[in-house]
Design a protein around this ligand. Sequence first.
Ligand code: MIC
Ligand code: SF4
Length: 651
Amino acid sequence: MGKTLSYKILESHLLSGELVPGGEISIRIDQTLTQDSTGTMVYLQLEAMDAGAVKTEISVAYVDHNTLQTGFENADDHAFIESVAKRHGILFSKPGNGICHQLHLENYGVPGKTLLGSDSHTPTGGGLGMLAIGAGGLDVAVAMAQGDYSLIVPGVLGIELTGRLRPWVSAKDVILHILGRLTVKGGVGKLIEYSGEGLASLSVTDRATIANMGAELGATSSVFPSDENTRAYLKSQGREADYVPLAADADAVYDETLRVDLSALVPLAARPHSPDNVDTVLNIGAIEVDQVAIGSCTNSSYSDLMKVAAILKGRRVHARVSLVISPGSSGILRTLARNGALADLIEAGARVIENACGPCIGMGQSPRSGAVSLRTFNRNFKGRSGTADAAVYLVSPETAAVSALTGVLTDGMKSGLALAPVAPVDFSRNDHFIVSPAGCDARNTAVAMGPNIKPFPQNTRLPAVLEAVISLRAGDNITTDDIMPSDARLLPYRSNVPYLANYCFEKTDAGFAERCRRAGAAAIVGGENYGQGSSREHAALAPLHLGVKLVLAKSFARIHRSNLINSGILPLTFEDPADWERLSQGLTLRIEDAHGLVAASAGEIRIKESGERIRVRAAFSAPEISMLRLGGKINMIREGARESDSASAAR
Ligand code: MIC
Ligand code: SF4
């Protein structure tokens, strides 16, 4: 039986376990990446592990999220990350160099390698034939310290692409189409693998756009084959030597399959406030647009911005529209500057801002009250733009550019404008933003600790009997943006969990933090796909700081579930989802034998006030059981180190 490409890569990196869907395996991690807003926790944890030089082939610390320096906090975080990078042999990408995923694709991604990143859009590397996985910061710290990562083997969803995209339809429309079909939980527990003759017309950056938004499907990763288009991309980056051809076997068997006819697609948009709320641009109609934002790790590549420049060249942005463009990397901006496209953008009336995440994470450029904002980004969760009542639509760069000209949402296919193809270009990397850790020396490099950087919270051992008061009952698809909001006001406190915790669930329920404090030990009840979205550990660390001991939900998003376990918070699921109705805020949940429950695959919880019983599932792997009993991964690592110290003392 033929093998899928994803399983071939897993197999070549397998350290232990059986490679079958649902099996527990550990794999070798070749590369890691961090970004600054999750990175400070990663590096505090790496320091706490007493690690020496990283065990990976390449680890890179990017600064791209918290680049707005409105006070000392973000700049202190950058200095902290740079100092730790130097201590452990990690490349440091200075602020201004660009967005981690775009930079990693350009400079370090290699087909067939594994990449673990402390950001949910790490799978962007799948566009280059990597197996790239997003994870919580602690998992990335462990991968740097030990070179490995454990996961439950996902099944593989094969998506066959046929046909060819028509002008004005692009990679963004492909992934929006898939999101419309599968929804934001359609990829949970799956690896997505693309194949078919349709691939021939998709460049690496097109593929990266599609792989990037596999995160919105909840998929573990998305993988594309490595072919002549991959070679051409690597050549354009001056890295042809990194090319390796890779593909699934012709008779590969997938757990599920889906077909997408590229020729049949039309320009699409995700309506507010979810990436799977997809409709055609034509159906949505010519709504008036106030802001257009082009950029983010999804759509800020050289070819995306050249398409935009070609549409805008010699024309003028509509008077009502504020057009904001954030290029993906310094290399891209430099190339646009050299070939004149930057001048075309500025002449048309675009505000060109820093090469960074920027507006995608609410770091500036929040639209006006009640605005309609078209964004080429990947998430349009309510309030993420920094403006609670803004209506954010996710669109392709082509749709964004033509709509910026007309001032209304416009289907380019009907616009009468011609679209010129973008010629491939060679642009060598811009190394001048990279600080090399050559000669790294943990002992002789001091950690630069600014006053806003506080220790990460740690849990205590799981008690035998656990009682916790329900401090919130939430619905389906709660995002980590809901749990731990992030914007220009709060991002500077990513290194200060005690402060940040005051704002936990702030946008949906401002009384949450106070209720948890009063409860002493708190519980959260959630619906389906609890914790979807970002990889931010803060969505587990802030609740941990507030005394949350358990989350009982209908189902969990993968990374958030791991982050809860890493923090020693119990993620349990309902055996009968209808029991969600029986639980309300203020009730006390009681587990008689908490240690027994985490080790069993199922058990029960009592509602203390009424004595009613709720059946719950608790399917944890052996390492997860230890983590939960010991109060989190750091405690487990320390315990392991103590055991091996006493074993060697006894020898
Ligand atoms: C996001 O797009 O939501 C983020 C900001 O990049 C997050 C990471 C974070 O919260 O720092 C992600 O995607 O993991
Ligand atoms: Fe940055 Fe936005 Fe990409 Fe997250 S989704 S990494 S905030 S550009």
